[in-house]
Design a protein around this ligand. Structure first.
Ligand code: FES
Length: 106
C-alpha cells in the first residue's frame, strides 16, 4: 500500500493508504485529525482542504472545475499544492506523498 505522510499541526503521521480510497478517507479512517470533511466527500464543503507537496502535485490528476471553485471557498490560504483531499485518489505512484493539513478548515 502506498505510504502517505499527513502533517497536521506540525506532527507527522504515516498512513498505509488503500489504493482507490481518497486522501480524505485515508486520513480520517486512520485517526489523522484536521480534515473535517463535513460533506462526506460529496464535493460541496471544502473542509477537506490540504496542501500536497510540490514534487507530487504534478503527478495528480488536475482538479476539475467544481474542485477549483470550492478551493476558492476554502478557509485557509490557497497554495499551488491546494487540493480537496476527497478528490485525490490514492494510487501506487503516490507512495511517499506528503500532505499538509491546514490548522483551520471552517
Ligand atoms: Fe466536502 Fe471534500 S469532504 S469537499
Amino acid at each position: 500500500m502506498p505510504k502517505v505522510l499527513f502533517v497536521p499541526d506540525g506532527t507527522r503521521t504515516g498512513v498505509d493508504a488503500r489504493e482507490g480510497d481518497s486522501l480524505m478517507l485515508a486520513a480520517t479512517q486512520n485517526g489523522v485529525e484536521g480534515i473535517d470533511a463535513e460533506c462526506g466527500g460529496n464535493t460541496s464543503c471544502a473542509t477537506c482542504h490540504v496542501w500536497v507537496s510540490d514534487e507530487f502535485a504534478g503527478r495528480l490528476d488536475p482538479p476539475d472545475e467544481l474542485e477549483e471553485d470550492l478551493l476558492e471557498l476554502a478557509v485557509s490560504e490557497r497554495r499551488d499544492g491546494s487540493r480537496l483531499s476527497c478528490q485525490v485518489v490514492v494510487r501506487p505512484e503516490l507512495d511517499g506523498l506528503t500532505v499538509e493539513i491546514p490548522a483551520v478548515q471552517s
